[in-house]
Design a binder for this molecule. Structure first.
Ligand SMILES: [Zn+2]
Ligand SMILES: [Zn+2]
Length: 122
């Protein structure tokens, strides 16, 4: 699945390539390139229950870092991805979770590339 953004500004995606079994790749209008693995995206789900936004215990997953005794889980997959307006995508996971709306702002912030990680850790 490919999403071509017709109108985009600097800092917004120009092109989004979605593979349900491997993840999402975004070419940003400013020339930056991001490559998000499935586990990483699932762990970074921005919805209120995963982040504890309403004062509840965050239900953050740990697919990308299962620890020494990982519970058995079926392989993570995206069942579908829907564009939300011009600003976000919604991901339907095969673990039943689908409340995460991944805005492009959020995706750009969590870009896992070395350059962006280095900028965050400063
Ligand atoms: Zn979530
Ligand atoms: Zn980056």
């Amino acid at each position: 699945m490919q999403i071509e953004m017709k109108e985009h500004a600097v800092g917004e995606p120009e092109h989004i390539a979605i593979s349900k079994s491997t993840g999402i790749k975004i070419d940003w209008a400013d020339g930056h390139h991001s490559d998000y693995g499935l586990a990483y995206l699932r762990d970074e789900c921005p919805c209120a229950s995963c982040t504890g936004a309403h004062g509840t215990e965050p239900q953050k997953t740990s697919y990308s870092n299962p620890g020494p005794f990982p519970m058995f889980k079926p392989a993570l997959k995206m069942n579908s991805v829907e564009p939300v307006g011009q600003y976000a995508v919604r991901i339907y996971w095969n673990d039943g979770h689908s409340s995460g709306i991944y805005s492009f702002d959020h995706l750009r912030q969590i870009c896992p590339c070395g350059e962006c990680r280095a900028a965050v850790e400063k």
